[in-house]
Design a protein around this ligand. Structure first.
Ligand SMILES: NC(=O)c1ccc[n+]([C@@H]2O[C@H](COP(=O)([O-])OP(=O)(O)OC[C@H]3O[C@@H](n4cnc5c(N)ncnc54)[C@H](OP(=O)(O)O)[C@@H]3O)[C@@H](O)[C@H]2O)c1
Length: 258
């Protein structure tokens, strides 16, 4: 039975990964902070799909918790690691306490780095496995700490492949969704009413595209034609032009620098 570890598995994109992988027969290790919610999610998956599920309550911004999850990632013979846990801020850079900015870097960057560092040697040895690092289309735009942390994920994932740290048979991919209907926006107090419908995707569709692209050996996955077009625009016309167009479209995230 293949084994996957998914962080941020109780909601949104992470929950959709857990559901999809359980349905495909994966044994799962699920990580999130809210223990009761995590236990409930694990129970539901066990009952619905008859797979083994371990619930590992941990705050990835806390050293001891992250070390505990990294130990599991190294010890379990993982076929797939999904570094998905993440969040957005309720306000721009100078209006967010600096400790929360640092917390974002710990969850979006340090946790991704440590868990990949723990899981990859075993995958390399077995010449088999995959790592999906959940980034964002905002990695391609000037978007404060959120966009910068996601740009780090893209660079990191690319370097593991191009620098041949991931051995043949082992895949690493940055997943860059656009707007996905999850709890992230509500949790960050974001009003999403002005964002055009065409820019939204749902989490199960993102997961299907991600797993398809991982199987195809892609290093970067941008689900959805509108998101691909925006990223192309950012690459051709420069990040600030694309950022201006996005703001015109009404998508002014609380992740901008002001
Ligand atoms: N939704 C979008 O539009 C969108 C677009 C592009 C990229 N993304 C990225 O997708 C990923 C998943 O976000 P989502 O939209 O699915 O958000 P979500 O519905 O809010 O889910 C976030 C998950 O992460 C967990 N989590 C948050 N902080 C954590 C921490 N410190 N330690 C451990 N677990 C933590 C949450 O559980 P607990 O609160 O119990 O810990 C929850 O399971 C994030 O990396 C986000 O940046 C989202």
């Amino acid at each position: 039975m293949p084994h996957a570890l998914v962080t941020g598995a109780t909601s949104g994109i992470g929950a959709a990964f857990a559901e999809h992988l359980a349905a495909a027969g994966y044994e799962l290790t699920l990580v999130a902070r809210d223990r009761a919610r995590l236990d409930h999610a694990a129970d539901v998956l066990r009952r619905q799909h008859a797979v083994r599920v371990t619930a590992l309550a941990a705050d990835l911004a806390v050293d001891a918790d992250l070390a505990r999850v990294a130990e599991r990632a190294a010890a379990d013979r993982l076929d797939l690691l999904v570094n998905n846990a993440g969040f957005a801020h309720p306000a721009g850079f100078l209006r967010v306490p600096v400790a929360d900015e640092v917390r974002m870097l710990r969850v979006h960057c340090e946790a991704v780095l440590r868990l990949t560092h723990a899981a990859l040697p075993g995958m390399n040895e077995r010449r088999h496995g995959g790592v999906i690092n959940v980034s964002s289309v905002w990695a391609f735009f000037p978007c404060s700490t959120y966009g910068a942390s996601k740009a780090w994920i893209n660079g990191f994932s690319q370097s593991l492949v191009e620098g041949r740290t991931a051995r043949p048979g082992v895949r690493v991919m940055a997943l860059c969704p656009g707007y996905v209907r999850t709890e992230l926006h509500e949790r960050s107090g974001r009003d999403t009413a002005s964002i055009p419908r065409a820019l939204w995707t749902d989490a199960p569709a993102v997961v299907r595209t991600a797993l398809r692209d991982l199987a195809r050996g892609r290093n970067v996955c941008i689900p959805g034609a509108p998101n691909k077009a925006l990223v192309t625009l950012a690459r051709l016309g420069g990040r600030s032009l694309a950022g201006r167009i996005l703001r015109r479209l009404g998508s002014r995230p609380h992740v901008t620098a002001s």
